[in-house]
Each structure stands twice: as structure tokens, then as C-alpha cells.
Write a new protein. Structure first.
Length: 412
């Protein structure tokens, strides 16, 4: 909506504001020269329907609507428009000068403000050296953070009131700005696990990783070396340490220079999922046992190279048959030999027709892997969850869990 249409107008509010408290709502209206009244008079042209209308207000609203003399505006629409017009710098300066903690908290709990303003305000919040849920204020701010960004929070009631909710939020997001904001929250000092999850996250900004490196926490350093986003200059400075270089070779996003610098760790390079086709060919040409084994396990290796490895030796065939990048023709041929059934049951790329045939054979070790496989037809998973041997595996199968959520039918 266009707030200019309300400028110098008197509006009647029925009910209460939603995103803003009453005082802030009035202040925001005043900023735009909008007068608020709770009584109908001749100057009123606009009616705002807020939340929590009393029975009297609801009846009055119906009467006003029947008169067809007024324009009705929803409180959500108005508050969103007001929030969009907030000058971030003016608000931040006002909060800094007033040191009004309650007002800062109110804005952080306001779902109408932009994410950018939310992050700026979050930097201003003082945690008082206490944990996320150690006092009421910290609890409310943590809950506001989780609730704002958590996917499908309506299906995860009260997740915003647990530290695990913050951990799950980190795991599910790809938002670099959100990850950086969480990394700067004072209470993560009480939760080393959160720092480690951030250090391993593929979308954690490089400047955050650099800050973690300077802090020197051994556990965090260990996982940073395995982060695909490790800064190239930092990586190059660490290559004189063999144990660190091995971790870097297996995980860092490779370019031609890094590949050459790390060639002494070819077996670890073969694990790296950022290998280009040329790099894969170079490693394959080495014909080294440990290199070939890791290439066979690497899901980023091209199908034609996996085919070549499959033909060269039987030693790595099990790894290749479990590799989701393995060409379908190989998987179909492999089904003819029973010793391949267990590996095929583990592969999420095995065609469902073959998975169904494996189910029909009834081999218990194969059935257990089918229960874990996210590509197993859901009707088979329903059958296997009735068997106590496989019930746990089916319940922890992510694809089956998503199916249950989608269908909203709960567990049998």
C-alpha cells in the first residue's frame, strides 16, 4: 500500500496492532503525519482492522463495512508498509542514544522489518555474558531469530525455544549473512558445537573462517582445514604441514594451482568433490591403488571414469556400485550377480525397479540397506516399518520422513 494516501488523514483503529506495540505504532504513524483515533468522527475515511477485536468492535466493523463509505486496511498491510519506510540509520542512532533496550527488543521481535535491519539491530543487542536461554530477554531474542529464518517452523512447534533449534537453523540455511550473524552472537562461547558446525558449513563466509583461525581453538581449526571454502591464501600458507595439507587436499575447492601444489597427496585429492574432469583424468592416469579406490568412492567422478575403473579391477567394484554417479547400465548389469546386491541396495541412484526386485528376494542384510535408502519406493518402506528388524532404519530414512510430513498422516 502507499502510505502517501494516508498522509494528513485520520484513521480509525479497531483492535490492536500486531507487529508493533501500541507506543511504537503511534510513533510510526506520526512519522508519516497519520492521525489515529479509536472513535468514529467526520474526518475518518480509513478503517484499520487490527488483531483481537472485541465482539463490540467486530459488530461495529460490520456496520461500517455495510455503509460502504470507508476504505478498510488490514493491520498486516499497514504495518508492513510502515516497516518498509523505516530509515535504518535513523533508528539505529535513536536506539543508541536512548539506550532503550525494550524498544530494541520490540523491533527484533517485529516480523515486518527487513532482514537487513534485523541483522543490524541484532549486532546492537547486549547478551550480558549469559546464554541464549538463560534469561527472559535472551530467550525472546533467540526465539525471534530462529522463528524469522527457520524453514517450515509451523511444523516444528517450540523449536525456537531450544538450542537445537539454532543448530538445525544453521544446518538448513545457505544464507551467508545469517551464518555470519550467528557466528557473532556472544552466547556461542557456551556452545563449542555451534562453532564447529559453522566452521564446517559450506556457506560460512571466508571472513568468519579467518576470524575463527585467529581465535585458535584446536577443535575448530581441525574442521576449518576440511572446509571447502577455506581461503586459498590461508591454505597455501598451511601446506608445509603434511597432516593439514592432507585435509585441505581432500576438501578445498580446487583450481589448477592448488591441484599442482597438492599432487604429493594424490590419494587425498581423489576424495575431493571439486575435481574437474581434467583433474580426474590426471589422477586416473597414475594407476595407484589408493588413488583408484578413493576415485571409485567419489560421487563427483564422471560416469565414464567409473566405468573404466569398474572394468580394470574387481577390487573397487563394491565402491563403484554404491557410488550415486555410477552409470545406470553398470548397475543393471551388476544385479545379475548376487554378490553385488548389498552394494546396489545402498545406492540412492539404483533404479527403483531393481530396488523392488532386491526387496522381493528377501535377504535380511539387503533389506536393512533398502530401509535406509532414500530411493526405495515408499510402499516398500511402509511394509518394512512393520518389521521390528527394519523399523528404526525406516523411521530415520529422511525421504520417508518427508513423505510423512507431506502427507501429514503421522507414524503408524
Amino acid at each position: 500500500m502507499n502510505l502517501e494516501n494516508l498522509k494528513d488523514q485520520t484513521v480509525l483503529l479497531l483492535g490492536k496492532p500486531r507487529a508493533f506495540n501500541q507506543e511504537e505504532f503511534l510513533a510510526q504513524l506520526k512519522t508519516h503525519n497519520i492521525e489515529l483515533t479509536k472513535e468514529l468522527d467526520e474526518n475518518v475515511r480509513f478503517i484499520i482492522e487490527g488483531r483481537v477485536l472485541t465482539p463490540y468492535e467486530q459488530n461495529f466493523s460490520d456496520e461500517l463495512y455495510e455503509m460502504k463509505k470507508f476504505e478498510f486496511i488490514s493491520i498486516d498491510e499497514l504495518e508492513t508498509a510502515l516497516a518498509q519506510e523505516i530509515d535504518d540509520n535513523v533508528l539505529l542512532m535513536s536506539l543508541k542514544l536512548s539506550n532503550d533496550r525494550d524498544r530494541l527488543k520490540s523491533f527484533l521481535q517485529n516480523g515486518c522489518i527487513s532482514d537487513q535491519l534485523f541483522f543490524k539491530l541484532l549486532k546492537s543487542y547486549k547478551w550480558g555474558g549469559e546464554d541464549f536461554f538463560e534469561n527472559d530477554d535472551n530467550r525472546d531474542i533467540t526465539a525471534a531469530l530462529i522463528e524469522r529464518f527457520y524453514e517450515n517452523i509451523e511444523r516444528n512447534h517450540n523449536v525456537q525455544f531450544a538450542t537445537t533449534g539454532l543448530i538445525h537453523l544453521i544446518s538448513q540455511t545457505k544464507d551467508e549473512e545469517l551464518l555470519e550473524a550467528i557466528s557473532e552472537l556472544e552466547p556461542i562461547k557456551f556452545h563449542p558445537k555451534i562453532k564447529i558446525i559453522l566452521a564446517t558449513h559450506p556457506n560460512t563466509p571466508k571472513k568468519v573462517l579467518k576470524r575463527f583461525l585467529k581465535e585458535g581453538d584446536d577443535e575448530v581449526l581441525e574442521v576449518i582445514y576440511s572446509n571447502v571454502n577455506l581461503d586459498k591464501m590461508i591454505a597455501k600458507s598451511l601446506l608445509d604441514e603434511p597432516n593439514i595439507a592432507k585435509k585441505i587436499a581432500a576438501n578445498i575447492a580446487l583450481d589448477n594451482e592448488l591441484f599442482r601444489l597438492l599432487e604429493n597427496y594424490a590419494d587425498q585429492l581423489a576424495k575431493n568433490t571439486t575435481l574437474t574432469e581434467e583433474m580426474q583424468q590426471s589422477l586416473l592416469d597414475m594407476s595407484e591403488e589408493s588413488v583408484d579406490e578413493n576415485l571409485a568412492k567419489n560421487s563427483s567422478v564422471k560416469g565414464e571414469f567409473l566405468e573404466e575403473l569398474y572394468q580394470q579391477s574387481s577390487k573397487n567394484r563394491g565402491y563403484i556400485l554404491e557410488n550415486p554417479s555410477t552409470p545406470q547400465e553398470i548397475l543393471e548389469r551388476a544385479f545379475e550377480e548376487s554378490e553385488n546386491h548389498l552394494s546396489l541396495a545402498k545406492n540412492i541412484s539404483t533404479p527403483q525397479e531393481i530396488l523392488t526386485k532386491l526387496y522381493d528376494l528377501g535377504e535380511s542384510d539387503v533389506l536393512l540397506e533398502l530401509a535406509k535408502n532414500e530411493n526405495t519406493p515408499v510402499e516398500l518402506l511402509y511394509q518394512m516399518q512393520l518389521d521390528s528388524r527394519f523399523e528404526r532404519a525406516v523411521r530415520t530414512n529422511e525421504a520417508f520422513g518427508k513423505h510423512i510430513q507431506t502427507e501429514n498422516i503421522g507414524w503408524l
